[in-house]
Every structure is written in structure tokens, then in C-alpha cells.
Design a protein around this ligand. Structure first.
Ligand code: KG4
Ligand code: ZN
Length: 341
């Protein structure tokens, strides 16, 4: 299975061999255009599309040569059909269709968000009957109940406003850090006191439990950080950057882990998968490990290179579709920038 991912700024191409009882990763090649976006403080879709166009064939060639696999040995192609940026998605889908048509092999269009969970099957083995998946990145914060990674994914909750990584990037901007701010805040936070400032925990009040038990909201938290910073500056006091970063990161990790573990308990799930680029966050990792251990939950977080966008997640999900004997997509496959689960 050759997997292609182009939903944002990474051109990912991977090869996975699907066995009956496991999926084996042969190679995972990624090219990123992030350096070209950094000076704009955000992803510019046209620049990303152009970069995918330039990187696609070299990245496919690199993946095949590193794996020692001939193009003619590819049996199937999987591609991200959405959600994501429509131009970049279209580039990937066009490449995948061309390969499938030229090679005479089936094409599988798959969902990017579910791919962030499915990639863990390459690392920790096929999922048990029921797992919870927390997918957190710059674009998504979703809590998924996974009874079957292809046919049984239920979204229990998602962010009502900013994704976790997006909130970090926005707070990074207001603290004057380079884009993307997430890793910079993480670095500062490790030197700060997470209990220094008590920032709000969105959607955790009793009144929110009925409608939003498993939803997230980070825009109020972002505003609270902005107000706190402004008040400090107005008073002419120095900004304790490390403490602000640590207290902010603590609030995000607290809400994400508390809601996720409550959902595991409620649905009697004993395996949690965390994926998406934000799962690189130190405080989230530490808090998830601690709270899962206390709750008797088996925590699966793949290495960071599989948490950021890549082709392996798409090939892994494509392999799962094939393993279930489900039909391929048509060559008319349409990309969907806001594709539902
Ligand atoms: O999955 P990803 O590579 O791309 C998207 O699909 O969004 O995630 C990137 C996001 C960015 O918002 C970035 O700031 C954030 O994840 N991020 C982090 C860390 N590493 C990446 N946020 C906090 N702490 C980190 N260590
Ligand atoms: Zn992603």
C-alpha cells in the first residue's frame, strides 16, 4: 500500500505491507514546506499547493528507492481525501489517481483525522476491540470512540473553536514567539511553574457537562492569557514568560486529559491512543501518562515523527480498509476540505 498525504504543508509518501494480523511500515518519506510559511505566521495554501507539486514525484521516488520497492510492485494506493486545505488535497488526490490508473491498482480515499489514530497500528499493533483516540494538532482536537478504525468511529467531542496546537500558536504570537509557537511554548513551559497562574479550564463547569462533556474550547483560555499579559504590561511589570507558558500549557493538558479519561471510564475503554502533532507536547504526554497509569488505562502514543502529518498514517488506514475487504474508491474521488468522519 502506497500512502500519500498532502492535507496541509507536509508531502508524505509511505509504503506499508498489510498482513492479516499486522501492518508493517516499509518506509515513510516526508517533505515539508513549513520554512516557506513561517515568515507569514501561518500556512499559505497557494504556497503549500505549489510545494506539493514540486515535492510529489521526488518524494515518491525517494520512498520507493529507500524501501527497495519498484513502482510496479505497488498493489494499491491510499490518499487523504480530507479534511484539509482544498488545493493541497487536490494535488495529492491527483497524484494518487494518476498512480492508481497508470498501475491498474485500486485507489482508497481515507480520512486524515482517523489516520492520525490508525498510524499507531504500525507501531503498537492492530487495535483491540475498542479504543479511545485523542487526535490533537494545529487543525483538530477530536475525541474518537473507535470500535473499528474503518467502520466504527464515533466522534464523542471536538473543539468548538481553536484546536489545541492552534491555541498554542496564537498564544505564541501574543508572547512574541516565532511561528509555529507550540514547540517554543513547550520549551519555555519546562522551565516554568505550572501552578503560578490559574487560567480557566474551558467547558468543564457543571453547566457544560450535559451538552459538552467531551467537547473542548480554548479561545477563552487564549483571551485570559492575553488579558493577564496586558495587565502585567500596563502595570509596567516584567513578564514571567516561563510561568505564563507553563500555566497555559497546564490548563490545556488538564482539560484534554481529564475529559479523555472521563470518556474512557464512561465507555469502559482501557486503551487510549494519542495522535496528531500536538501530542509532541511535554505536559500533555506527562499528564496523560500519569493519569492513565492511575486509571489503569493502556496509553499508546506513537513516536513524534508519526504524530505529525505523514504518509504512513494514510497507508496504515488504507491497509485497514483492505484488510476488511471493503471496496475501493472510484477514480472520481472528490476531496472534501471539511470531510466528516
Ligand atoms: O499535526 P501537525 O504537524 O499539523 C497539523 O495537522 O496541524 O501539528 C502541528 C501543531 C502546531 O500547531 C504546532 O504548534 C503544534 O502542533 N505543536 C506543539 C508542539 N509540537 C508541535 N504544540 C505544543 N507543544 C509542542 N511540543
Ligand atoms: Zn494532521
Amino acid at each position: 500500500m502506497l500512502g500519500i498525504e498532502t492535507s496541509c504543508d507536509e508531502t508524505g509518501v509511505a509504503l506499508v505491507r498489510a498482513h492479516d494480523d499486522r501492518s508493517e511500515l516499509l518506509v515513510d518519506a516526508v517533505a515539508s514546506s513549513m520554512d516557506e510559511h513561517a515568515r507569514f505566521g501561518g500556512i499559505i495554501p497557494e504556497i503549500a499547493s505549489r510545494a506539493h507539486l514540486e515535492a510529489m514525484v521526488p518524494t515518491i521516488e525517494r520512498a520507493l528507492s529507500e524501501a527497495g520497492v519498484a513502482l510496479s510492485d505497488v498493489d494499491a494506493v491510499a490518499v487523504t481525501a480530507g479534511p484539509g486545505l482544498v488545493g493541497p488535497l487536490t494535488l495529492g488526490a491527483s497524484a494518487a489517481k494518476a498512480l492508481a490508473l497508470g498501475l491498474g491498482v485500486p485507489l482508497y480515499g481515507v480520512n486524515h483525522v482517523i489516520g492520525h489514530a490508525a498510524v499507531d497500528e504500525l507501531v503498537d499493533g492492530l487495535f483491540p476491540d475498542r479504543v479511545m483516540a485523542l487526535v490533537v494538532s494545529g487543525g483538530h482536537s477530536s475525541l474518537l470512540l473507535v470500535d473499528d478504525v474503518v467502520t466504527g468511529v464515533t466522534e464523542l467531542g471536538s473543539t468548538l473553536d481553536d484546536a489545541a496546537g492552534e491555541a498554542f500558536d496564537k498564544v505564541g504570537r501574543l508572547l512574541g514567539l516565532p511561528y509555529p509557537g507550540g514547540p517554543h511554548i513547550d520549551r519555555l513551559a519546562r522551565a516554568g511553574d505550572p501552578t503560578a497562574i490559574r487560567f480557566p479550564r474551558g467547558l468543564t463547569a457543571p453547566k457544560d457537562q450535559a451538552a459538552h462533556a467531551y467537547d473542548f474550547s480554548f479561545s477563552g483560555l487564549k483571551t485570559a492569557v492575553a488579558r493577564w499579559v496586558e495587565a502585567r504590561q500596563d502595570a509596567g511589570q516584567p513578564l514571567p514568560l516561563e510561568d505564563v507558558a507553563a500555566s497555559f500549557a497546564e490548563a490545556v493538558a488538564d482539560v484534554l486529559t481529564a475529559k479523555t479519561i472521563a470518556a474512557c471510564r464512561r465507555h469502559d475503554v482501557s486503551t487510549l491512543v494519542v495522535g496528531g502533532g500536538f501530542s509532541a507536547n511535554s505536559q500533555l504526554r506527562e499528564m496523560a501518562a500519569k493519569r492513565c497509569a492511575e486509571a489503569g488505562i493502556d496509553l499508546r502514543i506513537p513516536p513524534i515523527r508519526y504524530c505529525t502529518d505523514n504518509g504512513a498514517m494514510i497507508a496504515a488506514l488504507g491497509a485497514a480498509v483492505v484488510r476488511r475487504g471493503l471496496p475501493a474508491s472510484s477514480l472520481d474521488l472528490a476531496v472534501d476540505s471539511s470531510m466528516p468522519l
